[in-house]
Design a protein around this ligand. Structure first.
Ligand code: ATP
Length: 287
């Protein structure tokens, strides 16, 4: 299951009932801004520009009473670091990273960014600074331009074209009948999985957040597409704290550190070389 599908699924049902285009899109932004489950504390403040030092302090979480999914998570991530999360399906990787934009609240412990506890910051000001690139990209019925500018209605034409180029979308745009004005999604041109991922990458470039969460696709892409996406993602993660749910060996080896999870706990942390030398669970997985 991928990181951001679950919460998006909730809002996707609502969005369809609104008129398409910019008007509908503004409504969507308002909905995102007023998550009914997680509200701003009365004394919450707008987050300052974050550097992206992240700390999980004895964090515990479960979706249901009596069934813990995460237990005793302690983890410090330095600003600018790239950390790969690995482990068997159901280990809790997705759940752990979904706590950062506060899709859910920990039952125990706390999470801080630059020393600020998440609930101290207004939700909008926090989420503005976290980019999400997931394998289930959410495209709404609208133009490619609107889909790239998602969340940044004030973006200029130059900004949008630049982000599209950084995400390696230029040749697709050139090939589409109306370029950036082409309708995409179910009533328009259907994009392939690799093209949708590039739209998600372009969104993230445009948003320019200090913190990035990547849910690496498990689906197979042809090797040319995969190389292009990988190089766009590598460029995107430069200078940002990057947390990636990793499925590819290349990503894992290139990460500054690897966090190995099993049954809701962190069982090993280190670089590829360190974990290989440890000859433990990671060494077994990578073999
Ligand atoms: P995968 O690699 O398959 O995505 P994961 O390590 O990311 O696995 P999670 O998706 O975080 O693991 O799931 C951890 C556990 O939480 C699983 O047992 C899963 O069934 C459960 N779970 C996930 N989402 C929910 C939810 N919305 N409600 C209840 N249980 C959930």
């Amino acid at each position: 299951v991928s990181v951001f599908y679950r919460p998006l699924e909730k809002i996707a049902a609502v969005i369809e009932t609104y008129p398409r285009g910019i008007a509908g899109f503004r409504r969507f932004q308002e909905l995102l801004a007023t998550d009914p489950e997680i509200a701003d504390a009365p004394d919450a403040v707008d987050a300052p520009a974050l550097r992206g030092d992240i700390r999980f302090d004895n964090v515990g979480f479960g979706y249901e009473q009596g069934r813990p999914i995460l237990t005793g998570i302690d983890l410090s991530i330095r600003a600018g670091e790239t950390v790969a999360f690995v482990g068997p399906s159901g280990a809790g990787k997705t759940t752990l990273l979904a706590l950062l934009p506060r899709f859910y609240e920990p039952a125990e412990g706390r999470i801080t960014i630059d020393g600020l506890a998440l609930p101290q910051m207004r939700l909008n000001s926090l989420r503005r600074q976290i980019g999400l690139v997931s394998q289930d990209v959410f495209l709404f019925g609208g133009t490619l331009r609107e889909n790239i500018a998602y969340g940044r209605l004030e973006a200029s034409e130059d900004d949008i074209r630049h982000a599209a180029a950084q995400a390696q979308l230029t040749s697709l745009i050139a090939a589409l009948p109306q370029g950036l004005d082409t309708l995409v999604g179910e009533r328009g041109v259907m994009l392939s999985g690799g093209q949708k991922q590039r739209v998600a990458i372009a969104r993230a470039f445009l948003k320019n957040p200090p913190i990035l969460i990547l849910d690496e696709a498990t689906s197979a892409l042809d090797s040319q597409t995969e190389r292009e996406i990988q190089s766009a993602l590598d460029a995107l993660s430069v200078g940002r704290t990057t947390l990636v749910i990793a499925h590819r060996l290349g990503t894992i080896r290139n990460a500054d550190r690897i966090v190995v999870m099993a049954e809701g706990r962190i069982v090993e942390i280190g670089s590829h070389a360190e974990l290989t030398a440890l000859n433990g669970i990671y060494a077994g997985l990578a073999a």
